[in-house]
Design a binder for this molecule. Structure first.
Ligand code: PEP
Ligand code: MG
Length: 755
């Protein structure tokens, strides 16, 4: 077996010299392939670059026919080179021609070469091209040579990603690293934003790939790994990590990886080839990412995330700085791209510069989405490998109306979206003009249109939209964005701020709706098979009264001398309401005895979210002052579909007869009992849903801030009596083959209503 001339370290040293030379991109590439061929004693070394049209173009070669450069273009899956690209794995063959994927291009003159080693040119898990060496003799390349070629490929990846090669390409055939990418995901928050990518966890920019002193790099790596392990150990030992909680599990997983010999071995091997310690971390991360991205096993994918976090930590250890973008650094028109993000992290960014959010994970019901909606920034989730396809500073469009993103969009797409943004802005202007108009249907029926809120940032919307008040204040959001349990004084301060901002308009505070999937990081969590049906909301509040009592006291004190509305979530039987109301009365007595000013008026009500309540409405209405329907949960329980499960959420229509009949039943019973009935689920935030609600007899609803304008515009144009008559006819037809949603849409169109 031949041994490599000079070995990988010499190769890297020479590469560094070539990279520093002031030469054209083609000359640099030509020199690199010559260098590699000489160093590896290969007769051939070629570089193929993946193009925007998903083909692989020969960009440079030593050994093959030079006339084939920029002429030979392979299909992305064609031949051995295509195989390396599509599998994103090295391919090491002593007899290439007997491989089933072998395909021969006569113009290259490669038929005389038997052995073949190809490695993918990878960056952040994406394949940008393929680097190949070939020999006449049948030989197997040794592990060290494979490593060396992969390391060289990394340097080429940076060259391609920097755009240096774009000048060599024909229009429409540019390297794919800068390709325009259109990806689909799910809608987290409505709206459209154009801006530039800011990575929430930026890849550390490596300025030096090639080690000057390998021994020193090994030492740096070892020290960083040791420090990383010690940090993880002390984080685990510190008391602030909840015992048995999720956080602890993640840390345990990290610690396991940090001590994993395989991982460290791969890192050390990469350094041994002559890379700097940080380049070695990137090499190993990129390989792992490419491999795991192709895996369909969700368990493996989760582990990938743990491993990536660990890589980020190690990288930060090595470069000695935290590269997370700070509030001050955020550029104008920033679009955050992240794998995942908590609500508190999102709130840390400067609202004035933030335009949009893209997440690789995250569903519409996650809390970061609720915060994005409160901030009014468009957001798209479930975008595969989002942080991998976008580079900092890249132009990006977030389309929260269709749930898709465009990275490095073409001029045409940008122009089309800019026009849509202008159109939407004009419409917003029209909505703003409605703000002082009374919210009354065309046939004179007043509708109370309120807002859903949960954070201080929501409050200006009451004034901006001209809303009738806050129909649902989700108090749990304050708890979710905090790193520790908010003290009663903090709760009191928030509730006071909310009532002040509402300026006398009604605010319905919903008591804590936590537990189950809405876990608080600082509270003991219990693992439940079915969290949605588990120990949550009022169930938890009644079993552990300390928390609920403290909250009720804070609410009563905040509303001193004013009106207060308290609402309990997830009430299933009337007795739960009685118990909760007793708690309110006890707290009132306590405050009275201690000389506090009491609220001038207190209304106490429940959400209707659990179908069992539908069969206790007479008893319930006797006791409550008001109800508000939580259609999100009511739908989930009535149809037995998990609202957070993308596979089933759209299986049944939220605007079909069963739920509409249930909603009508509630409205009728409330009217009979003379009690106020509102609805605060997402249904009311869609103009079609709001129209259906009015047709069912609802005259009060609470919507998202962005939905207020469109819903109000519809209400003003709607003939409520006509809609009611139509709805009665559809719902009382024993079996109607035409879906009610279709009937509603047709009605709206016939009436010329804005949907
Ligand atoms: C609902 O269930 O409809 C509701 C408004 O409450 P949440 O979405 O907070 O569960
Ligand atoms: Mg609910």
């Amino acid at each position: 077996m031949r041994s490599a001339l000079g070995g990988p370290r010499v190769l890297l040293r020479r590469l560094r010299e070539v990279m520093a030379e002031q030469v054209s991109a083609q000359d640099r590439l030509d020199k690199i392939v010559v260098l590699i061929a000489a160093n590896m004693v290969a007769e051939v070394c070629s570089t193929y670059v993946l193009r925007v049209d998903n083909t692989l173009e020969l960009y440079a070669t030593e050994g093959l026919n030079k006339d084939a450069v920029h002429k030979t273009v392979l299909d992305a899956h064609e031949g051995l080179v295509g195989l390396v690209a599509s599998e994103a794995q090295p391919l090491n063959l002593s007899d290439a021609q007997s491989h089933p994927a072998y395909s021969y291009r006569p113009e290259t003159g490669e038929e005389i070469y038997h052995s073949f080693l190809g490695v993918p040119i990878l960056r952040a898990g994406n394949t940008l091209g393929v680097l190949v060496v070939q020999n006449r003799a049948r030989r197997t390349y040794v592990e060290e040579e494979v490593e060396a070629l992969q390391t060289t490929a990394m340097v080429l990846a940076e060259m391609i990603a920097s755009g240096e090669l774009s000048s060599l390409a024909e229009p429409g055939a540019e390297p794919a690293a800068r390709i325009a990418v259109h990806k689909s995901g799910t809608i987290l928050s409505d709206g459209i934003a154009l801006g530039h990518v800011v990575l929430h966890e930026p890849r550390v920019v490596i300025t030096n790939y090639i080690a000057e002193d390998v021994a020193r790099e090994v030492k740096r790596l070892d020290m960083a790994v040791t420090k990383l392990r010690a940090d993880l150990d002390s984080m685990l030992e510190r008391g602030d990590v909840a015992e048995g909680g999720d956080h602890r599990d993640v840390l345990e997983a990290y610690r396991m990886f940090a001590n994993d010999q395989g991982w460290q071995h791969r890192l050390r091997e990469a350094v041994a080839t002559g890379l700097t310690a940080e380049a070695a971390v990137e090499r190993v991360q990129s390989d792992t990412r490419a491999r795991m991205l192709r895996s369909t096993d969700p368990y493996l994918r989760d582990r990938l995330h743990d491993l990536e976090d660990l890589g980020h930590r190690l990288m930060r250890e090595l470069v000695g700085r935290d590269h997370a973008p700070s509030r001050e650094q955020l550029p104008d028109n920033a679009i955050l791209v992240a794998r995942s993000m908590g609500p508190a992290a999102l709130l840390d960014y400067d609202r004035n510069k933030l335009r949009g959010l893209v997440l690789e994970e995250g569903t519409a019901n996650s809390h970061v989405s609720i915060v994005a909606r409160a901030l009014g920034i468009p957001a798209v989730g479930e975008v595969a490998n989002a942080p991998g396809v976008a580079d900092p500073g890249d132009a990006i469009i977030v389309d929260g109306t269709s749930g898709s993103i465009y990275v490095r969009p073409s001029q045409e797409i940008q122009a089309a979206y800019a026009e849509r943004v202008r159109f939407r802005a004009r419409r917003q202007e029209q909505y703003r003009e409605l703000r002082n108009k009374p919210c009354v249907t065309r046939d004179g029926q007043p509708v109370e249109l309120m807002l859903n809120a949960g954070l201080v940032i929501d409050l200006p919307h009451i004034e901006d939209a001209g809303a009738a008040g806050i129909g649902l204040f989700r108090t749990e959001l304050q708890f979710m964005v905090s790193t520790s349990l908010p003290r009663t004084s903090e709760q009191l301060a928030l509730y006071r701020t909310v009532l002040d901002a509402a300026g006398g308009k009604p605010v319905t505070f919903r008591t804590l709706d936590i537990g189950g999937d809405k876990a608080l990081p600082y509270m003991d969590t219990i693992v439940e098979e079915n969290p949605a049906l588990g120990w949550r909301a009022i169930r938890l509040g009644l079993d552990r009264p300390g928390l609920l009592r403290g909250q009720i006291r804070a609410l009563l004190r905040a509303a001193a001398g004013r009106s207060l509305r308290i609402m309990f979530p997830m009430v299933t039987v009337v007795r739960e309401f009685d118990q909760a109301k007793t708690m309110v009365e006890r707290e009132l007595t306590y405050l009275r005895q201690h000389g506090h000013t009491l609220p001038e008026r207190i209304d106490v009500g429940t959400m209707i979210e659990v179908p069992a309540l539908l069969y206790q409405l007479d008893d319930l209405f006797e006791r409550v002052d008001f109800v508000s329907v939580g259609s999100n949960d009511l739908f989930q329980f009535l149809y037995a579909v998990d609202r957070g499960n993308a596979r089933v959420t759209d299986r049944f229509d939220t605007m079909s007869a069963p739920i509409l009949r249930a909603l009508r039943h509630i409205a009728r019973k409330g009217k009979e009992a003379g009690k106020s009935v509102s609805l605060c689920g997402e249904m009311a935030s869609q103009p079609l849903g709001a129209m259906a609600l009015i047709a069912l007899g609802y005259r009060s609803m609470s919507v998202n801030a962005t939905a207020h304008g469109p819903v109000k515009a519809l209400i003003l144009d709607l003939d409520a009596a006509k809609a009611e008559a139509a709805m009665a006819q559809w719902l009382d037809t024993p079996y109607d083959r035409v879906p009610i949603r279709e009937r509603l849409t047709a009605f709206a169109e016939a009436e010329g209503l804005p949907l």
